[in-house]
Design a protein around this ligand. Structure first.
Ligand SMILES: [Fe+2]
Length: 419
């Protein structure tokens, strides 16, 4: 048996084991999903059988009343070849010439067939750099196979956008075929699917959707994980021209979001906690600090799966040099309005880091974890109002029982260093 055949069979056996455990095959279609959305464009993603012509119609909601604009039709382009024995591929398209703060309805047709399940809606972002009021929903840690009412609670909050911070599937491998199948199974959950197709979504991986549990930059096959990740989400970019990784920046009105990849360049958790231990790698760290320094946004959100303190064996808590370097850089560069979002720990909370003196003002961390995979089934909402003279940010933690377990508001002046 030639080596490539042996590898193929080994992978096939591995897949069959996983598939048998699931009790059914991966679905032939998934999505649609709304990805990166600006004041004039939106990415729509869908998974469908390879070779199917996919088309999309979209229209501003006002069009239905005969007085709007922005109706059109496009063919999707497949972005990848099928993985393993899967027959489908992800497709993406970018809708353009949209208007700010406008709700659009869209309908995907697969092979000429119109199915209401392939339709959705989204609202575009505020005009760039404009003051605005908007609601962000933050989640992490998915599951499949059970009713997931927390997604319904999240939708009822009518978020303008959704940021998810990892464990979006638990394949625990860098094998892209197995990753794809897990993504497909999770996205078949109706409640999760409803969020994906009706809210702009931005995603960052954590350990389980990057590689094995608590995995780091030494994970074999991480390049494959990165390809698969980009195929299954609609993020604007990934990494830079010289530094690979899933990290990226986007803006919503005059709030900037820095989505950090805490896996691809991470030193092992069990490495000595000294000045050689890295969470982001030096290039991503420099990218972050340069981005923060150049940002004119009122609030600057740093988001990562890794908590600043709450995980005793897999977060910034055991990366003392890297954590202090981040805090000190924010302080030394006089960067105001920074808020940190994270996930991972299967419960949610909002707190102020005790080392905030390094930053120069209270460093708020919002941990949102376990929307589908925890006892609390919790998520966070973050409401920004940058129209006020002193802009505000309000954080709420909502549990699956519908109760609000935290509700705190800060003014930008509270989160600005003294001059
Ligand atoms: Fe998790």
């Amino acid at each position: 048996m030639n080596p490539s055949r042996a590898v193929y069979l080994a992978i096939a056996c591995l897949f069959m084991t996983s598939s048998a455990a699931w009790g059914q095959e991966a679905p032939e279609t998934a999505g649609p999903l709304v990805g990166h959305t600006t004041d004039s464009s939106a990415v729509i993603w869908m998974y469908a059988p390879q070779g199917s012509p996919l088309e999309i119609d979209w229209a501003a909601e006002a069009d239905a009343k005969g007085k709007g604009q922005g109706k059109g039709k496009l063919n999707f382009e497949p972005v990848a070849n099928p993985a393993g024995d899967l027959t489908g591929v992800p497709y993406k398209v970018t809708l353009t010439d949209l208007q700010p703060l406008t709700t659009y309805q869209y309908q995907v047709k697969v092979d000429g067939q119109t199915d209401p399940a392939y339709g959705g809606s989204f609202r575009t972002a505020p005009a760039a750099d404009q003051g605005s009021q908007f609601r962000l929903a933050v989640t992490s840690c998915m599951k499949f196979g059970e009713p997931q009412a927390s997604w319904n609670l999240l939708l009822a909050e009518k978020p303008d956008l959704h940021v998810t911070l990892g464990d979006t599937q638990y394949s625990d491998t860098t094998n892209p075929t197995i990753q794809w199948k897990h993504h497909l199974r999770y996205r078949a959950v109706p409640e999760f699917s409803a969020v994906l197709k009706s809210t702009p979504n931005y995603a960052m991986w954590d350990d389980h959707d990057y590689g094995p549990n608590n995995s780091d930059g030494t994970a074999k096959g991480k390049e494959n994980s990165l390809v698969g990740w980009n195929q299954f989400w609609g993020n604007p970019t990934a990494g830079t021209a010289t530094t690979p990784g899933a990290f990226f920046k986007f803006s919503w009105g005059d709030v900037d979001f820095f989505m950090l990849d805490g896996r691809y360049h991470r030193s092992p958790d069990n490495a000595p906690d000294d000045d050689q231990k890295r969470m982001l790698g030096d290039a991503q760290f420099e990218w972050l600090i340069e981005g923060l320094k150049n940002s004119r946004a009122k609030f600057k959100v740093i988001a990562s799966g890794s908590t600043l303190s709450d995980s005793k064996n897999d977060g910034w808590r055991i990366y003392t040099f890297a954590r202090h370097r981040l805090f000190d850089a924010i302080g030394e560069e006089n960067i105001g309005g920074v808020i940190y979002l994270s996930g991972d720990i299967h419960r949610s909370l909002v707190w102020t880091h005790p080392e905030s003196d390094r930053v120069g003002y209270p460093l708020i961390e919002v941990v949102s974890s376990g929307v589908a995979n925890s006892k609390t089934l919790s998520f966070a909402t973050v409401d920004f109002d940058t129209t006020a003279d002193d802009p505000t940010v309000q954080v709420r933690i909502i549990h699956g029982d519908g109760k609000t377990h935290a509700d705190k508001t800060w003014k930008l002046s509270d989160l600005t260093p003294d001059q």
